[in-house]
Design a protein around this ligand. Sequence first.
Ligand SMILES: Nc1nc2c(c(=O)[nH]1)N[C@H]1C(S)=C(S)[C@@H](COP(=O)(O)O)O[C@H]1N2
Ligand SMILES: [Mo]
Length: 219
Amino acid sequence: MTSAFTGSIRDKLIAAKQQWAQKGRLLTGAHDESHENRLPPGQREVKDWPVLDLGITPHVSQAEWQLSIKGEVENPVALSMNQLLELPAFYDCSDMHCVTSWSRYENHWQGVSARELARLVRPTDAARHVLFTAHDGYTTNVTIEQFLDDDVLLAHHWQDQPISDEHGGPVRVVIPKLYLWKSAKWVREITFSKTDKPGFWEVRGYHNNADPWTEQRYD
Ligand SMILES: Nc1nc2c(c(=O)[nH]1)N[C@H]1C(S)=C(S)[C@@H](COP(=O)(O)O)O[C@H]1N2
Ligand SMILES: [Mo]
């Protein structure tokens, strides 16, 4: 929450919020304010935000934070926090669904979109999967199509506040359409790959695809 951090993103935040407001307006009508048909099967809504992880909370400062994006890409990069913040800002509001059956509506995320990162690193035609590695040793995997969905981002703010350490700050992945275990907290490496590589929970019986709407919980 240092002023340098917030100062460097303020203008882009306003622009991104305007974009988001436009998207919200376009979705009016399709957006179900009554929350009917908003809760995937077997889920219940919570108002708080539970913490779920392996029990290790890495404390990664903004100064230390670095993200390596590599593998099947034409332009591998290692981004510092300042370099991440120089990329166009992305703002999106989405629901989250945890496989342990809680869902939390209306999460306002701010960060950099997956599509923006792909524009930067340029995945090769051979890239089919995206693998995440985090500071606590956690790993998870998605298809490149799932990663490049229009609501996926690397988030550094939630509800206008920097993401706390326990929720994966300073930067976590957010993939709203999949169960939350696919959204790596404390992300440090993103690898584009020809082949799939099931992550921490995927090798322990969780479903590889993780779609909440068809209850792809366990394999
Ligand atoms: N690095 C890391 N990311 C992680 C996990 C983890 O243990 N380590 N747990 C996953 C699981 S199982 C869930 S449900 C969500 C929980 O995110 P939250 O604690 O912010 O609610 O983080 C996901 N991302
Ligand atoms: Mo989870």
